[in-house]
Design a protein around this ligand. Structure first.
Ligand code: ADP
Ligand code: ZN
Length: 263
Protein backbone atom coordinates (compact mmCIF):
# COMPACT_ATOMS: atom_id res chain seq x y z
CA UNK A 1 0.00 0.00 0.00
CA UNK A 2 1.20 3.47 -0.82
CA UNK A 3 0.23 6.42 1.37
CA UNK A 4 0.73 9.90 -0.15
CA UNK A 5 3.50 11.77 1.65
CA UNK A 6 3.24 15.55 2.06
CA UNK A 7 4.25 17.18 -1.27
CA UNK A 8 7.84 18.15 -0.55
CA UNK A 9 11.18 17.42 -2.22
CA UNK A 10 12.26 17.61 -5.87
CA UNK A 11 11.14 15.56 -8.84
CA UNK A 12 13.97 14.47 -11.15
CA UNK A 13 13.16 15.16 -14.82
CA UNK A 14 13.79 12.74 -17.68
CA UNK A 15 16.59 15.01 -18.95
CA UNK A 16 18.26 15.11 -15.51
CA UNK A 17 18.08 11.30 -15.33
CA UNK A 18 19.68 11.10 -18.76
CA UNK A 19 22.51 13.42 -17.71
CA UNK A 20 23.24 11.10 -14.77
CA UNK A 21 23.28 8.10 -17.09
CA UNK A 22 25.56 9.89 -19.60
CA UNK A 23 27.98 10.53 -16.72
CA UNK A 24 27.89 6.86 -15.76
CA UNK A 25 28.70 5.93 -19.37
CA UNK A 26 31.54 8.47 -19.64
CA UNK A 27 33.08 6.95 -16.52
CA UNK A 28 32.63 3.47 -18.01
CA UNK A 29 30.70 2.24 -14.96
CA UNK A 30 27.58 1.29 -16.90
CA UNK A 31 28.02 -2.43 -16.29
CA UNK A 32 25.28 -3.65 -13.98
CA UNK A 33 24.08 -7.16 -13.11
CA UNK A 34 20.68 -6.04 -11.83
CA UNK A 35 18.39 -3.05 -12.14
CA UNK A 36 15.24 -2.45 -10.09
CA UNK A 37 12.56 0.15 -10.83
CA UNK A 38 9.48 1.18 -8.87
CA UNK A 39 7.20 4.17 -8.41
CA UNK A 40 7.27 6.60 -11.31
CA UNK A 41 4.59 9.13 -12.27
CA UNK A 42 5.93 10.87 -15.35
CA UNK A 43 5.67 9.50 -18.89
CA UNK A 44 8.86 11.02 -20.29
CA UNK A 45 10.79 9.86 -17.21
CA UNK A 46 9.49 6.31 -17.64
CA UNK A 47 10.41 6.37 -21.32
CA UNK A 48 13.92 7.50 -20.39
CA UNK A 49 14.11 4.61 -17.92
CA UNK A 50 13.27 2.29 -20.85
CA UNK A 51 16.04 3.83 -23.01
CA UNK A 52 18.56 3.47 -20.18
CA UNK A 53 17.65 -0.15 -19.48
CA UNK A 54 18.03 -0.93 -23.19
CA UNK A 55 21.50 0.64 -23.04
CA UNK A 56 22.42 -1.28 -19.89
CA UNK A 57 21.20 -4.55 -21.44
CA UNK A 58 23.38 -3.86 -24.48
CA UNK A 59 26.38 -3.37 -22.17
CA UNK A 60 25.50 -6.56 -20.25
CA UNK A 61 23.12 -8.93 -22.07
CA UNK A 62 22.68 -11.01 -18.92
CA UNK A 63 21.50 -8.04 -16.84
CA UNK A 64 18.34 -8.88 -14.91
CA UNK A 65 15.69 -6.17 -14.80
CA UNK A 66 13.30 -6.39 -11.85
CA UNK A 67 10.22 -4.25 -12.54
CA UNK A 68 7.68 -3.31 -9.89
CA UNK A 69 4.99 -1.79 -12.14
CA UNK A 70 3.65 0.55 -9.47
CA UNK A 71 0.35 1.98 -10.73
CA UNK A 72 -2.27 1.51 -8.04
CA UNK A 73 -4.04 -0.70 -5.58
CA UNK A 74 -7.55 -2.02 -4.89
CA UNK A 75 -9.16 -0.65 -8.04
CA UNK A 76 -7.63 2.83 -8.03
CA UNK A 77 -4.72 4.16 -10.05
CA UNK A 78 -2.35 6.52 -8.26
CA UNK A 79 -0.24 7.35 -11.30
CA UNK A 80 -1.48 9.11 -14.48
CA UNK A 81 -3.45 6.72 -16.71
CA UNK A 82 -1.27 7.32 -19.76
CA UNK A 83 1.57 5.45 -18.01
CA UNK A 84 -0.34 2.17 -18.50
CA UNK A 85 0.37 1.86 -22.27
CA UNK A 86 4.03 2.70 -21.62
CA UNK A 87 4.25 -0.12 -19.08
CA UNK A 88 2.38 -2.53 -21.39
CA UNK A 89 4.24 -1.76 -24.61
CA UNK A 90 7.73 -0.76 -23.47
CA UNK A 91 8.55 -1.50 -19.83
CA UNK A 92 7.08 -4.97 -19.21
CA UNK A 93 8.61 -6.43 -22.43
CA UNK A 94 12.06 -5.52 -21.02
CA UNK A 95 11.43 -6.95 -17.54
CA UNK A 96 12.89 -10.27 -16.43
CA UNK A 97 11.10 -10.29 -13.08
CA UNK A 98 7.74 -8.54 -12.62
CA UNK A 99 6.09 -7.86 -9.23
CA UNK A 100 2.58 -6.46 -9.79
CA UNK A 101 -0.13 -6.58 -7.16
CA UNK A 102 -3.51 -7.94 -8.28
CA UNK A 103 -4.81 -4.59 -9.57
CA UNK A 104 -1.63 -3.88 -11.56
CA UNK A 105 -1.71 -7.37 -13.11
CA UNK A 106 -5.34 -6.78 -14.09
CA UNK A 107 -4.48 -3.41 -15.67
CA UNK A 108 -1.58 -4.89 -17.66
CA UNK A 109 -3.59 -7.84 -19.02
CA UNK A 110 -7.13 -6.45 -19.13
CA UNK A 111 -8.31 -9.53 -17.16
CA UNK A 112 -10.05 -9.50 -13.80
CA UNK A 113 -8.79 -11.88 -11.10
CA UNK A 114 -11.36 -13.54 -8.85
CA UNK A 115 -9.97 -17.04 -8.43
CA UNK A 116 -6.67 -18.90 -8.36
CA UNK A 117 -7.40 -20.09 -11.93
CA UNK A 118 -7.80 -16.47 -13.08
CA UNK A 119 -4.47 -15.62 -11.44
CA UNK A 120 -2.77 -18.50 -13.23
CA UNK A 121 -4.16 -17.29 -16.56
CA UNK A 122 -3.10 -13.69 -15.89
CA UNK A 123 0.45 -14.79 -14.97
CA UNK A 124 0.65 -16.78 -18.23
CA UNK A 125 -0.48 -13.68 -20.14
CA UNK A 126 2.19 -11.63 -18.35
CA UNK A 127 4.84 -14.21 -19.36
CA UNK A 128 3.72 -13.77 -22.98
CA UNK A 129 4.44 -10.04 -22.63
CA UNK A 130 8.08 -10.73 -21.67
CA UNK A 131 9.05 -11.54 -18.08
CA UNK A 132 10.24 -15.06 -17.28
CA UNK A 133 9.32 -14.58 -13.62
CA UNK A 134 6.07 -13.05 -12.35
CA UNK A 135 4.97 -12.65 -8.71
CA UNK A 136 1.54 -11.35 -7.74
CA UNK A 137 2.62 -9.76 -4.47
CA UNK A 138 -0.87 -9.55 -2.98
CA UNK A 139 -4.34 -10.54 -4.13
CA UNK A 140 -7.91 -10.52 -2.82
CA UNK A 141 -8.31 -14.22 -3.62
CA UNK A 142 -9.85 -15.82 -0.53
CA UNK A 143 -7.43 -18.15 1.25
CA UNK A 144 -8.55 -21.69 2.06
CA UNK A 145 -6.97 -21.13 5.49
CA UNK A 146 -9.28 -18.22 6.31
CA UNK A 147 -9.31 -14.44 6.16
CA UNK A 148 -6.21 -14.12 8.37
CA UNK A 149 -4.13 -14.82 5.28
CA UNK A 150 -3.45 -12.91 2.11
CA UNK A 151 -2.71 -14.87 -1.03
CA UNK A 152 0.33 -14.31 -3.24
CA UNK A 153 1.22 -16.33 -6.33
CA UNK A 154 4.26 -16.73 -8.53
CA UNK A 155 5.15 -18.25 -11.85
CA UNK A 156 8.40 -18.83 -13.68
CA UNK A 157 9.51 -20.41 -16.90
CA UNK A 158 11.40 -23.66 -16.37
CA UNK A 159 12.85 -26.42 -18.49
CA UNK A 160 11.64 -29.86 -17.36
CA UNK A 161 14.04 -32.83 -17.08
CA UNK A 162 12.74 -34.08 -20.45
CA UNK A 163 13.77 -30.79 -22.05
CA UNK A 164 10.28 -29.34 -22.57
CA UNK A 165 9.41 -25.87 -21.30
CA UNK A 166 6.63 -25.01 -18.90
CA UNK A 167 5.57 -22.33 -16.43
CA UNK A 168 5.90 -23.51 -12.83
CA UNK A 169 3.37 -21.91 -10.49
CA UNK A 170 3.50 -21.41 -6.73
CA UNK A 171 0.90 -20.36 -4.15
CA UNK A 172 1.54 -18.71 -0.78
CA UNK A 173 -0.58 -17.82 2.23
CA UNK A 174 0.84 -14.75 3.98
CA UNK A 175 -0.26 -14.07 7.59
CA UNK A 176 -2.07 -10.70 7.61
CA UNK A 177 -1.23 -7.97 10.11
CA UNK A 178 -3.95 -5.41 10.86
CA UNK A 179 -2.05 -2.22 9.96
CA UNK A 180 -0.99 -0.23 6.90
CA UNK A 181 2.73 -0.03 6.20
CA UNK A 182 4.70 2.17 3.84
CA UNK A 183 7.53 0.70 1.83
CA UNK A 184 6.48 -2.96 2.00
CA UNK A 185 6.09 -3.16 -1.80
CA UNK A 186 9.62 -1.78 -2.24
CA UNK A 187 11.06 -4.20 0.31
CA UNK A 188 9.29 -7.12 -1.37
CA UNK A 189 10.75 -6.30 -4.80
CA UNK A 190 14.23 -5.78 -3.33
CA UNK A 191 14.09 -9.08 -1.42
CA UNK A 192 12.85 -10.98 -4.46
CA UNK A 193 15.80 -9.58 -6.43
CA UNK A 194 18.24 -10.66 -3.73
CA UNK A 195 16.78 -14.13 -3.20
CA UNK A 196 16.40 -14.91 -6.92
CA UNK A 197 20.11 -14.01 -7.16
CA UNK A 198 20.91 -16.75 -4.61
CA UNK A 199 18.25 -19.18 -5.95
CA UNK A 200 17.98 -18.36 -9.68
CA UNK A 201 16.29 -21.64 -10.58
CA UNK A 202 14.14 -22.02 -7.48
CA UNK A 203 11.29 -19.52 -7.32
CA UNK A 204 9.66 -21.47 -4.48
CA UNK A 205 12.72 -20.96 -2.25
CA UNK A 206 13.21 -17.32 -3.37
CA UNK A 207 9.56 -16.53 -2.56
CA UNK A 208 9.61 -18.36 0.77
CA UNK A 209 12.65 -16.35 1.86
CA UNK A 210 11.19 -13.08 0.52
CA UNK A 211 7.86 -13.55 2.28
CA UNK A 212 9.61 -14.69 5.46
CA UNK A 213 11.74 -11.53 5.52
CA UNK A 214 8.55 -9.47 5.06
CA UNK A 215 6.95 -11.31 7.96
CA UNK A 216 9.88 -10.77 10.36
CA UNK A 217 10.19 -7.07 9.48
CA UNK A 218 6.44 -6.49 9.78
CA UNK A 219 6.18 -8.42 13.08
CA UNK A 220 9.06 -6.47 14.62
CA UNK A 221 7.51 -3.23 13.34
CA UNK A 222 3.98 -3.88 14.66
CA UNK A 223 5.29 -5.11 18.04
CA UNK A 224 7.36 -1.94 18.45
CA UNK A 225 4.57 0.33 17.16
CA UNK A 226 1.98 -1.14 19.54
CA UNK A 227 4.38 -0.75 22.45
CA UNK A 228 5.03 2.90 21.54
CA UNK A 229 1.33 3.67 21.01
CA UNK A 230 0.31 2.21 24.35
CA UNK A 231 -2.57 -0.13 25.29
CA UNK A 232 -5.69 0.18 23.11
CA UNK A 233 -4.23 2.93 20.88
CA UNK A 234 -3.67 2.72 17.12
CA UNK A 235 -0.02 3.30 16.18
CA UNK A 236 0.74 6.38 14.08
CA UNK A 237 2.37 6.15 10.62
CA UNK A 238 5.63 7.35 12.19
CA UNK A 239 5.51 4.51 14.73
CA UNK A 240 4.86 2.10 11.85
CA UNK A 241 8.06 2.97 9.96
CA UNK A 242 9.55 -0.40 8.98
CA UNK A 243 12.18 -1.60 11.50
CA UNK A 244 14.72 -2.31 8.77
CA UNK A 245 18.01 -1.81 10.58
CA UNK A 246 16.78 -3.75 13.60
CA UNK A 247 15.86 -6.60 11.23
CA UNK A 248 19.32 -6.94 9.64
CA UNK A 249 19.86 -10.52 10.85
CA UNK A 250 16.38 -11.64 9.68
CA UNK A 251 16.95 -9.99 6.28
CA UNK A 252 20.25 -11.80 5.82
CA UNK A 253 19.08 -15.19 7.06
CA UNK A 254 15.30 -15.41 7.52
CA UNK A 255 13.76 -18.32 9.42
CA UNK A 256 11.22 -19.73 6.93
CA UNK A 257 7.67 -19.08 8.14
CA UNK A 258 5.63 -20.06 5.06
CA UNK A 259 5.81 -22.98 2.73
CA UNK A 260 5.00 -22.12 -0.86
CA UNK A 261 2.84 -24.74 -2.55
CA UNK A 262 3.61 -25.80 -6.11
CA UNK A 263 0.29 -25.73 -7.98
P1 ADP B 1 1.47 -4.24 -3.20
O1 ADP B 1 0.27 -3.36 -3.11
O2 ADP B 1 2.41 -3.85 -4.27
O3 ADP B 1 1.14 -5.71 -3.19
P2 ADP B 1 1.96 -4.27 -0.39
O4 ADP B 1 2.88 -3.39 0.34
O5 ADP B 1 0.50 -4.17 -0.14
O6 ADP B 1 2.32 -4.01 -1.90
O7 ADP B 1 2.37 -5.80 -0.18
C1 ADP B 1 3.67 -6.28 -0.45
C2 ADP B 1 4.02 -7.33 0.56
O8 ADP B 1 4.14 -6.73 1.83
C3 ADP B 1 3.00 -8.45 0.72
O9 ADP B 1 3.26 -9.53 -0.15
C4 ADP B 1 3.21 -8.86 2.17
O10 ADP B 1 4.31 -9.76 2.23
C5 ADP B 1 3.66 -7.58 2.85
N1 ADP B 1 2.58 -6.87 3.55
C6 ADP B 1 2.16 -5.60 3.32
N2 ADP B 1 1.19 -5.24 4.16
C7 ADP B 1 0.97 -6.31 4.97
C8 ADP B 1 0.07 -6.58 6.07
N3 ADP B 1 -0.79 -5.66 6.52
N4 ADP B 1 0.14 -7.80 6.65
C9 ADP B 1 1.00 -8.73 6.22
N5 ADP B 1 1.85 -8.54 5.19
C10 ADP B 1 1.85 -7.35 4.58
ZN1 ZN C 1 3.32 -2.49 -5.20
Amino acid sequence: SLVSPPPTGQVLTAEELNVLYEGIKLNKVNHYDYILTGYCRDQSFLEMVVDIIQGLKKANPSLIYVCDPVMGDHGAMYVPEHLLPVYKDKVVPLANILTPNQFEAELLTGRKINTEEDAVEVMDLLHKMGPETVVLTSTDIPSKNGDQFLVALGSHKIVKPDGTKTNQKIYMDIPKVDAVFVGTGDLFAAMLLAWTHYHPKDLKMACEKTVSVMHHVIKRTITYANEMAGPGKRPSPAQLELRMVQSKADIENPAIIVEAKII
